[in-house]
Design a protein around this ligand. Structure first.
Ligand SMILES: Nc1ncnc2c1ncn2[C@@H]1O[C@H](COP(=O)(O)OP(=O)(O)O)[C@@H](O)[C@H]1O
Ligand SMILES: [Mg+2]
Length: 213
């Protein structure tokens, strides 16, 4: 089982949106997928409760991730997505320890970079002792009509060791709409959003050395 943790202490950066959609992208490729929601606000659990379709199991976990749960999931899942909490707390350090790949979403604004600096530094520190751990920053909710992202991209490349993914999510109403109706972008009409999530997933699989199917 490969563990992909989507983390950042900044609320609203797109963790739940990205983890649910990547989980669905992997599921549609034929993988067995599970998702652990570590946020006490429980967005992924709410989404799962709304969903009519049986996509993939969503487990709640507010006080650290239990070893027992992981042992069980290892037997049944090819991929485990961890949807991170907006705080540096036990579930975040557990996720960092368990992860094969850590994805840090951030909105293209300097405020958001400052707000997730501690998460980035925690991941960088872990990478120094775990040389198999892979990670990436992904821009989320990019307004493709403005140049704002360019400055942010340059800042990230100059200041962080974690690589920036080539693909990002655009600011698209379809992301919000589908989640609030219990679906994912793969059930929406938005070809662009599907393409974005598939490309982000491809980049992660490549880093993990998993053959793309
Ligand atoms: N690419 C996107 N385009 C438009 N809205 C988005 C996008 N990604 C997330 N959102 C919206 O932004 C808000 C925060 O996203 P969410 O995934 O809940 O962030 P987090 O889990 O990091 O708190 C939600 O209302 C969500 O619907
Ligand atoms: Mg969330």
């Amino acid at each position: 089982m490969k563990v992909i943790a989507v983390l950042s202490q900044k609320g609203g950066s797109g963790k739940s949106t990205i983890s649910i959609n990547i989980a669905r992208s992997l599921q549609l490729r034929g993988y067995n997928v599970a998702l652990i929601d570590t946020d006490p606000q429980a967005s992924a659990r709410e989404w799962n409760a709304l969903s009519n379709e049986d996509f993939f199991p969503v487990y709640g976990c507010d006080k650290g991730i239990s070893e027992k749960e992981i042992k069980h999931l290892e037997k049944v899942a090819d991929f485990l997505l961890i949807d991170g909490a907006p705080r540096i707390e036990k579930s975040m350090t557990d996720a960092i320890r368990l992860a094969d790949y850590i994805l840090i979403p951030l909105k293209p604004s300097q405020f958001d970079i400052w707000a997730c600096k501690d998460s980035i530094e925690l991941v960088q520190t872990r990478m120094q002792i775990d040389d198999k751990l892979k990670s990436g920053l992904v821009l989320s909710q990019v307004n493709k009509k403005t140049n704002l992202a360019k400055e942010v991209i340059q800042f990230i490349q100059e200041n962080f060791e974690i690589p920036l993914l080539q693909h990002s999510t655009g600011s698209r109403i379809s992301y919000a709409e589908v989640l609030s109706s219990g679906g994912t972008v793969f059930e929406s009409q938005s070809k662009e959003a599907k393409e974005e999530i598939n490309q982000i997933t491809n980049e992660i699989l490549k880093e993990l050395g998993v053959e793309n199917v």
